[in-house]
Write a protein that binds this ligand. Structure first.
Ligand SMILES: [Zn+2]
Length: 131
């Protein structure tokens, strides 16, 4: 997936998640802070945010022999994942340093993980729960 397609996905999901009024930049990175596969930094008062997505070739959970389509799906889930965090966290944010062993942060992460997969799977008609 190239930068142009990544930006197209951002636009698509911004609309579907009703976040069109946000100014969001998105970039591919070889590594993302805190060892994740994506991160979203926001300035809520300006409705502006920056999302970084790790390129699938640098992810340890994505295998070289996977098809480009599958790699794209994994990338798209990250885009949706970060937008869901943005949506849920507009008014309240648990700082990264306080997220470990925090029940609210855990619940948010589990919910966002389930929803990112569900939404992308629905878009592509993927019915296997574990895909
Ligand atoms: Zn997350």
């Amino acid at each position: 997936m190239n930068d142009k397609k990544l930006k197209k996905l951002l636009k698509y999901w911004q609309e579907h998640l009703r976040l069109q009024d946000w100014e969001i930049e998105i970039t591919f990175e070889t590594a993302v802070p805190f060892g994740g596969v994506g991160i979203c930094v926001k300035q809520a008062q300006y409705k502006s945010a920056q999302i970084q997505v790790q390129v699938p070739e640098c992810r340890i959970d994505v295998h070289d022999d996977w098809s480009d389509k599958l790699k794209d799906i994994y990338t798209e889930r990250v885009v949706v994942h970060e937008l869901l965090h943005l949506m849920i966290n507009v008014h309240k944010e648990i700082p990264f340093k306080d997220r470990k062993n925090n029940a609210d942060a855990y619940l948010e992460e589990v919910s966002v993980n389930t929803l990112d997969t569900l939404l992308v799977n629905l878009k592509y008609g993927i019915t296997e729960v574990k895909a």
